[in-house]
Design a protein around this ligand. Sequence first.
Ligand SMILES: Cc1cc2nc3c(=O)[nH]c(=O)nc-3n(C[C@H](O)[C@H](O)[C@H](O)COP(=O)(O)OP(=O)(O)OC[C@H]3O[C@@H](n4cnc5c(N)ncnc54)[C@H](O)[C@@H]3O)c2cc1C
Length: 200
Amino acid sequence: MQHTTTIAILGGGLSGLYAAHLLQLQGIPFTLFEARTRLGGRIHSTPQGFDLGPAWFWPEANPRISQLVNEFGLSWFEQHSAGAALFGFVGGSTAARNRLDNEQLKALAVEQLSQLFGPAAANPLAVHHQEWGNDALLSTADDLQGTGQHPHYARRTLPQPWAELVQLAGTENSPEAGGYLEGALESAQWAVQHIQRAIH
Ligand SMILES: Cc1cc2nc3c(=O)[nH]c(=O)nc-3n(C[C@H](O)[C@H](O)[C@H](O)COP(=O)(O)OP(=O)(O)OC[C@H]3O[C@@H](n4cnc5c(N)ncnc54)[C@H](O)[C@@H]3O)c2cc1C
């Protein structure tokens, strides 16, 4: 069957990219719009390959991400591997962190990691810091006050007449695994299923 409907995907994070992948597998044409000059959204790493966003997945609890990792032949390693970078979060709200400068934040993170992992962690080769709460393409003014606790997300749809035309994907729209990579995939799958029904 020839598809003529034009589908726009807004955002080239994992959810948008997975929606694109699913549509492509079914031969459904789409255009993906990404506001940044790079794809991946919160999946981002330093040029040396250190993660500034997600680093973990849980093979038994995350069937979709596990399947994608296998499908694309991606390599992964277990958390307790020798030579792995240390990864930590400085807690509290973005607003509170914004009262400290970059060097103060890095010093706090190193202090915490050395308490956890011993004195060797006090002299890292390099420290990379990323504040996602100040990212205008990700966070809102309300997020500045967020405590960093992991909320429970519900599935949201738009009111009519938009409900038939616009599907919300993105990890924050996944009641199953909201906030995680798995949720970005689950919500994309859900959105694409709705698109399929709407165009057939
Ligand atoms: C520090 C950190 C650590 C994390 N660790 C883990 C982990 O270990 N394991 C795990 O499972 N999850 C982790 N997560 C969560 C995981 O990164 C996210 O769940 C997932 O990447 C979200 O993907 P997404 O596509 O839903 O959203 P995003 O990745 O936010 O993608 C949204 C995209 O939309 C784009 N965009 C925004 N506005 C517009 C616009 N107007 N027009 C066009 N494009 C636009 C953005 O630039 C972005 O590329 C972590 C997140 C962070 C921040």
